[in-house]
Design a protein around this ligand. Structure first.
Ligand code: LMR
Length: 351
């Protein structure tokens, strides 16, 4: 073969290989910030994008890109796409990701005091729950995170939980013998045991399949989580019980955060505070809209509780407060009572 053909083939080969390498990385364009300066925050979460947490994560990413002129890139990974329940925390601790926003129930494996937010009938409106999350109770719970190289940045809302099942759930007796999917929280397990039901803690991305196969017959969650993941398609009944709360601790890796340039950290903290207020505003509306969408879907009969039925649920479930007073801490529970200015003595108080 003539030398010139060999040279030509070699040049072609070099061009191809170089091109492939170039495809492996993101194409660099001129105005992109120099890669060495770029700070990437991988934000992993388990819910759909069109949910309060999903929308807030996207908004945070957009505002941060604008306000740092591209110096910080927040990459949002929704729907358990990068890490799912049970994986997120480890990935955060070893620096594979830099931000997560787990439901507070999911912190209880490491910090059992966080089960405070799982207590049934804890609050009756968002203003009350914010008195807890934004006051001394929330701050002392956030302080606990630092012992495991985590830093709490904010508390985001989802909202009230409703009950769903493959039968009407109105009387306490209706729960007897049913299997419910729950988040990994002993308080939530105890709550259902008080109703005579069984529980199975499953990662969020396995709930639809578990409903479809009959592994579980019911769930508790917010309308936005139910609708966005189509759980209602597998649940013939839903009761607007508002018996509990789902909210999120937005958490970063403490070492990563404290290592950020101070000016960048300040922009991120200010933006997080702004997005938190925005997220809380939209969460309630999103759940109202999604509950209506479930009603309109025609798959699920939506029930309301009568005052008598609600009182019967409370009588069955409130003893869980006393049951976990040692685990959560008497001091925290006393703070809850004073913050909430509970009208009627809770199951916890000894009066
Ligand atoms: C669940 O697992 O049911 C929820 O915590 C999902 C979420 O993050 O809202």
């Amino acid at each position: 073969m003539k030398l010139c053909r060999i040279v030509g083939l070699c040049m072609l080969l070099v061009t191809l290989v170089t091109g492939l390498i170039g495809c492996g990385g993101r194409a660099r364009d001129a105005e992109q910030v120099d890669r060495d300066e770029r700070i990437v925050i991988k934000f992993s979460h388990v819910v759909a994008e069109n949910t309060p947490k999903g929308l807030a994560a996207q908004r945070f990413a957009q505002l941060v890109a604008q306000r740092t002129a591209g110096r910080v890139e927040v990459q949002v990974y929704p729907n358990s796409r990068l890490y799912k329940d049970g994986e997120e925390m480890d990935a955060l601790l070893d620096g594979r990701i830099q931000m997560i926003a787990p439901a507070t129930s999911k912190l209880s494996e490491w910090f059992p005091q966080w089960q405070l937010f799982d207590l049934p009938f804890l609050y009756s409106n968002e203003e009350e729950i914010h008195r807890l999350t934004d006051g001394p109770v929330g701050m002392s719970l956030m302080e606990l995170l630092k012992s495991r190289n985590m830093l709490g940045l904010a508390m985001w809302d989802n909202g009230f939980k409703v009950m769903s099942g493959n039968r009407p759930l109105l009387e306490v007796e209706d729960f007897k013998g049913m299997r419910f999917r729950i988040m990994p929280s002993k308080v939530l397990a105890a709550q259902f045991q008080r109703l005579g039901a069984w529980t199975l803690a499953l990662p969020f991305d396995q709930v639809y399949g578990a409903l479809e196969t009959g592994m579980v017959e019911g769930t508790e969650n917010t309308p936005s989580n139910i609708y966005s993941k189509k759980f209602h398609e597998k649940q013939s009944h839903l009761t607007v019980s508002n018996h509990g709360y789902i909210g999120y601790a937005v958490i970063t890796n403490r070492e990563f955060w404290e290592g950020l340039p101070p000016d960048i950290r300040q922009i991120l903290e200010d933006t997080m505070a702004e997005v938190t207020a925005w997220e809380r505003d939209i969460a309630d509306q999103q759940n109202i809209a999604d509950l209506e969408a479930i009603r309109q879907a025609g798959t699920t009969e939506v029930h309301e509780l009568s005052p008598e039925q609600r009182e019967a649920w409370k009588a069955a479930m409130l003893p869980v407060w006393d049951q976990f007073s040692d685990v959560i801490g008497a001091g925290l529970l006393e703070a809850v009572e004073s913050v909430m200015k509970l009208q009627e003595p809770s199951a916890y108080s000894n009066e």
